[in-house]
Write a protein that binds this ligand. Sequence first.
Ligand code: ADP
Length: 255
Amino acid sequence: MLEVKNVTKRYGKNVACNDVSFTLEPGTLTVLLGPNGAGKSTIIKSMIGFLKYEGSITINGLSTKTAEARKYLGYIPEMPSLYPTLTVIEHMEFIARAYKLTNYKERINMLLERFELDDKRKKFGDELSKGMQQKLNLCIGLLPDPDLILLDEPMLGLDPHAIKELKNYIEEMRVAGKTLFISTHIIDSVDMLWDRTIIMQDGRIRANVTRDEIEGSGKSLEDIFFEVTEGISKEDVISSGSGIDAGEKAGESEK
Ligand code: ADP
């Protein structure tokens, strides 16, 4: 189980994440929704141990700042950072060796075929289009097959085939018992088998709801999103375990 507890991240006077707490239960898919600037990337980068923050983030009790905990974690960043002088296949082999994977060739072939990079194996990083770079970014992140995978805006820049393939792949991982955490600002991109949705705005969690709660409320996820982010009284919004931020009405900025 991954536990984010009272995490605050400041950039100077700007509070990018303000006392954020939630847990990811094993084998579930949690979606993190929020408008641009809500703090989604900041919390993901904190979870992966890239940023310093106040509070704690643990996997099965181990801080995600430790190498031991990071073994369980995979991260697919929003922006690909590829090596311009390595080819597609060299990127994949580099990651396989860095993670000390064994019998990885078949897995590389499977990923490159599914994300239509099979015929681009010998292309260099800087010869790839933006969309292809995004697909290679996904293949690199998925190759080590960790138990817990954090995806930051994974659909951005992908063509319809790759989006469909990624959605299928995400469902397969979920069925296989992986724990998935997907951050996005595009509500339509998450019409898949998510179990829980967390809505962030202005660095705070505004709602934390399960699929059952939303379906039981007769509202769509989009309804909930706009109610929460565009400001209504908290009594009108459904809440769950972590509930709705009781601190103030949505729409009030911390900045
Ligand atoms: P999101 O991913 O939801 O779009 P971010 O986590 O990227 O939001 O940003 C949250 C807030 O933190 C924004 O106000 C953003 O301007 C600020 N921020 C993000 N990264 C930095 C940084 N490296 N330095 C200063 N401010 C930052």
